[in-house]
Design a protein around this ligand. Structure first.
Ligand SMILES: Cc1ncc(COP(=O)(O)O)c(C=O)c1O
Length: 405
């Protein structure tokens, strides 16, 4: 599934060599994000197959909002999780029904909340007392009902990079369990606003299931408490967060997905509400590659640099989170295999943090060679910017060897 190294070629399953595809479509002007939609389709099925039957999947659109990606998500009956008015509009324009969209995010503005209420989203995941008061005020003003779920902060260490930890007590996300009576009190005088459930999201790129399990237990105990007080809750939203091993290939994901599914099935076997999951990375990360062309090979006494036509402006993850991405030459020249050297793969940006890969052992690289930066389907193009006034990379999506229009 997905991108593979086959003999001397880096290929997309069911398609030709990517270089041939790029050249054949006269898109030699890299950089380009390439998406494997068949791989994504298969991944969505794999994920659906392991989660409990009473689960609704809401893909976290922030991970990748390419129109073909969204089409694939929609065609499999998966809903959306969005975090801004812009993302909400994007989801609606892609054909998702508002009732299949969960609206998360820590800083929703008046305009964004009005949009969500007017469109009738499935639920707004509330992040603070003041946000709940704002929602109550706006639903009264618009005279329209709205469902809310309280995003709680379970105070667990997600054991991931500190910039993507969101369920620890010092993070800005979610609410302290001690706030619950206050929140419930506010709803008593606001009949338009219906408490439909509880939600959490403890972080991203989680490789260890245990923090997710601990946090789910905490949320479940609060759920039971509210039910015993007579609240009619419907949805338990456990967020996203499942990670991948960026140093390994696609096959290594399945074991983790399986473990996650088993954990959920075991913890929630007696749960009779609806479970919501908001996966992003685990669905899309593997099915994107960033294809770049080497502009210069620059060597000094200490280092060999391959200077490419993409960098931190097009893929922020390495400079933002010290993230690792496999980097593979698109054409493998076996005659150069013995000529391996350590290269730093760097971009054109005027920052020394503009490094896509450090000390990578590779066969002899040459000017105009293509490289594939792997596993960039999540938090890749969505974070791209045009710093130094470079253009954005184009995006191409393939299915069954065909370029999708
Ligand atoms: C509220 C919420 N849900 C879901 C996600 C998706 O996370 P991931 O891509 O790690 O699955 C995020 C991302 O940070 C998020 O903030």
């Amino acid at each position: 599934m997905g991108f593979q190294k086959l003999n001397d070629r880096f290929i997309l399953e069911q398609s030709d060599n990517i270089v041939d595809l790029i050249e054949c479509y006269d898109l030699g002007n890299c950089p380009v994000y390439v998406y494997d939609i068949d791989g994504l389709d298969q991944r969505i099925s794999e994920f659906k197959n392991v989660v409990p039957p009473n689960t609704e999947i809401h893909y976290a659109l922030k991970a990748n909002c390419n129109k073909h990606v969204l089409q694939s998500i929609k065609s499999q009956g998966v809903g959306l999780d969005v975090v801004s008015g812009g993302e909400l509009k994007q989801g609606l324009e892609a054909g998702f029904k508002a009732s299949d969209i969960v609206f998360s995010g820590v800083g929703k503005t008046v305009n964004e909340i009005e949009l969500a209420i007017n469109e009738g989203v499935k639920q707004i995941n509330v992040e603070s007392v003041q946000e709940l008061e704002r929602i109550c005020f706006l639903s009264r003003k618009l005279n329209k009902p709205i469902n809310v779920a309280f995003r709680m902060n379970p105070d667990v260490d997600a054991k991931t990079h500190p910039y993507i930890t969101t369920g620890f007590r010092e993070n800005k996300f979610g609410m302290d369990f001690l706030e619950i009576s206050n929140l419930v009190e506010i709803l008593k005088n606001n009949k338009n606003v219906h408490l439909s459930g509880l939600t959490m999201h403890i972080g991203s790129q989680l490789r260890d299931i245990k923090p997710l399990e601990d946090a789910t237990k905490r949320l479940l105990s609060l759920w039971d408490e509210l039910i015993s007080q007579g609240h009619k809750l419907e949805t338990l939203d456990l967020g996203g967060g499942l990670g991948i091993d960026y140093k390994d290939s696609t096959e290594s994901d399945l074991a983790n997905i399986q473990l996650y599914g088993e954990m959920l099935k075991s913890l929630l076997k007696d749960f009779n509400g609806r479970i919501i999951l908001e996966p992003g990375r685990i669905l899309v990360a593997r099915f994107g590659a960033l294809i770049t062309k080497i502009q210069y090979i620059k060597e000094n006494r200490f280092k060999n640099f391959a200077i490419v036509d993409t960098g931190m402006h097009h893929l922020m993850r390495p400079c933002l989170y010290q993230a690792y991405h496999r980097i593979i030459p698109l054409k493998f020249d076996s005659s150069h295999a013995s000529d391996e050297k350590l290269y730093d793969i760097v971009g054109p940006i005027c920052e020394s943090s503009d490094v896509l890969g450090k000390d990578r052992l590779m066969g002899h690289l040459r000017q105009d060679d293509y490289l594939a930066v792997c596993d960039v389907g999540a938090y890749g193009h969505v974070m791209a910017n045009n710093y130094n006034t470079h253009g954005l990379p184009i995006e191409l999506a393939y299915s069954k060897g065909q370029l999708l229009k």
